[in-house]
Ligand binder design. Structure first.
Ligand code: GLU
Length: 310
């Protein structure tokens, strides 16, 4: 095995669909084509949004499609680890609601990234004190960003990215949990702890990356490399969702579509195959190349694998 370590990090907030699975296939093929190791990490820390049974269903769907992995982790079992990481970071509790942060913007903002001016810096002595002040809402931990903090990195697919975090984001949230068990802290700490060498994921997470690199450096570690690939979108250009029709893997399985049809479609959309003829994941390892993947998002205008075409 090479030293490459990749990971699949599903969130059990819903069923896997063609979009998630295409990204996972790219991550898996990238690791296996480089002779690397694969980690399965269930990111089940989003309590109100996590759906019962979705984690087991995701694992079952992925196995059915031909995925495998060498190690498995469940984030909800790792609270003590996240607590120990949080203790190493310069973080403080914040009680501001999204609306508070929005109304503190000095200029109209576009997109999802809000600038946080540090309202709660030095305001609370402890998480408990903050929790009391904003009950029944839950505070969040924020990372104290030093002045003039610019992060830049070369993404294996998206190219060069540079962001002045102190000017555009401010003290960003780490987790909405007393132990620090929330996406930004947990994913970053886990990638380091699990020895992940490259993160391959959807480009909706590109904006999450500079903060994750900053956290890694604050922990005295070198971050992994990153590779953000385009998403599958509906005809409206938005990320694949229910309104675009049923593209859940479970629905295709129930309709008798074979895993090879689904993988064949993925191979075609990734430029690994001239047609969407059936294929197996393992069979694509020798053909995989990041350079073959188109840079535009994949648009689904009608559901593939029409009835009678299995
Ligand atoms: N669990 C996240 C998601 O499903 C992915 C996190 C990551 O790849 O860093 O959106």
């Amino acid at each position: 095995m090479s030293g490459y370590v990749g990971r699949l990090a599903p969130s059990p907030t819903g069923a896997l669909h063609l979009g998630n699975v295409r990204t996972f296939a790219i991550a898996w093929l990238r690791a296996r084509s480089l002779g690397g190791k694969m980690i399965m990490r269930m990111e089940d820390l989003d309590h109100p949004r996590d759906k019962p049974g979705a984690a087991a269903q995701a694992i079952d769907d992925l196995r059915w499609l031909g995925f495998d992995w060498d190690e498995e982790f469940v984030q909800s079992e790792r609270h003590p680890f996240y607590r120990s990481v949080l203790a190493q970071l310069d973080a403080y509790p914040c009680v501001c609601s999204r609306r508070d942060v929005e109304s503190a913007q000095s200029a109209p903002h576009s997109g999802e990234q809000l600038f946080y001016p540090g309202t709660c810096r030095g305001r609370f002595r402890s998480w408990e004190e903050a929790a009391e002040a904003c009950a029944p809402r839950t505070p969040c931990w924020r990372f104290r960003v030093p002045p003039d903090t610019t992060i830049d990195f070369d993404d294996a697919f998206a190219g060069h990215v540079a962001q002045d975090i102190s000017a555009t984001l401010g003290d960003f949230p780490l987790a909405r949990d007393p132990d620090g068990a929330g996406y930004t802290l947990a994913a970053t700490a886990d990638d380091l702890d699990m020895g992940v060498t490259e993160v391959v994921r959807g480009d909706d997470l590109l904006p999450a990356t500079p903060p994750q690199i900053l956290i890694a450096r604050a922990l005295g570690r070198e971050p992994p490399s990153y590779c953000h690939v385009p998403l599958v979108v509906g005809p409206d250009g938005r990320r694949l969702a229910k309104r675009h029709g049923d593209t859940r893997i479970a629905a295709f399985r129930a309709a008798g579509v074979s895993p090879e049809r689904i993988i064949g479609w993925i191979a075609y959309t990734c430029g690994l195959s001239a047609t969407d003829e059936p294929a197996s994941l393992a069979g694509l390892v020798g053909r995989f190349s990041l350079a073959a993947i188109p840079h535009a998002a994949v648009v689904i205008s009608s559901i593939p694998f029409a009835r009678g075409n299995h």
